[in-house]
Design a protein around this ligand. Structure first.
Ligand SMILES: Cc1cc2nc3c(=O)[nH]c(=O)nc-3n(C[C@H](O)[C@H](O)[C@H](O)COP(=O)(O)O)c2cc1C
Length: 155
C-alpha cells in the first residue's frame, strides 16, 4: 500500500507530538508487514511557500477560534490559517482524502470546529477527532481509519 501523506499545523506542539507518535506506530507496523503504510509528515507554518501537492494527503488541524459560539454568531479561525490557505491554493483540495480534527472538549460546541469547517469548505470527509495530544488508543484508531480511507480513495 502507498504511504500515507499528512499535512498538518501545530502551534503549541500537541498535533506535532501526536503525529510523530503516529508515524512511529506506522513504521513499526510497516516493518512487520509492508502492507501497512508508512506515514510521511509535512508541517505547514506561516513561512511555508505555496506549492502544488501531487499526491493524495490527509489534513490534521487543531482548533483555535476567536469570538462567536460556532453556531449562530459565527467564529473566526486564528493561528491555523496557513494550513487552510495552503490546501485551498493550487487545487490542492482535490488531493485531500479527508481531515482529522483536534481540540479540547472544554470548548464544548466549538470542539474541533476548524476541522469541521475544512470538511465543509473543501468537501472532504471529516474522518476523526482526538483531544490534545491524543492517547495510544487514538493513534491505533486513527491509523486504522486513515488506512481504510486511503484504500477506498485509491480503489
Ligand atoms: C487560544 C486557544 C483557543 C482554543 N480554541 C479552541 C476551540 O475553539 N475549540 C477546541 O476544540 N479547542 C480549542 N483550543 C485547544 C487546542 O485546539 C488544543 O490545545 C490543540 O491540541 C492544540 O494543538 P497544537 O498544540 O498542535 O497547536 C484552543 C486553545 C487555545 C490556546
Amino acid at each position: 500500500m502507498t504511504d500515507l501523506n499528512i499535512l498538518y499545523i501545530s502551534i503549541e506542539g500537541n498535533t506535532r507530538s501526536f503525529l510523530n507518535r503516529l508515524a512511529s506506530y506506522a513504521e513499526q507496523h510497516h516493518v512487520i508487514d509492508a502492507a501497512n503504510p508508512a506515514v510521511h509528515l509535512k508541517e505547514i507554518t506561516d513561512q511555508t511557500l505555496p506549492a502544488k501537492e501531487n499526491t493524495p494527503f490527509f489534513v490534521f488541524v487543531p482548533t483555535y477560534l476567536d469570538g462567536g459560539n460556532g453556531f449562530d454568531s459565527g467564529f473566526t479561525e486564528m493561528m491555523t490559517n496557513a494550513l487552510g490557505e495552503y490546501v485551498e491554493q493550487n487545487d490542492n483540495a482535490s488531493q485531500c482524502m479527508g481531515v482529522v480534527g483536534s481540540g479540547n472538549k472544554n470548548f464544548n460546541e466549538q470542539y474541533c470546529l476548524t476541522a469541521r469547517k475544512y470538511s465543509d469548505e473543501f468537501k472532504v470527509p471529516f474522518l476523526a477527532d482526538y483531544e490534545l495530544r491524543g492517547t495510544d488508543r487514538d493513534i491505533e484508531r486513527i491509523y486504522a481509519i486513515l488506512k481504510q480511507r486511503a484504500a477506498e480513495f485509491n480503489a
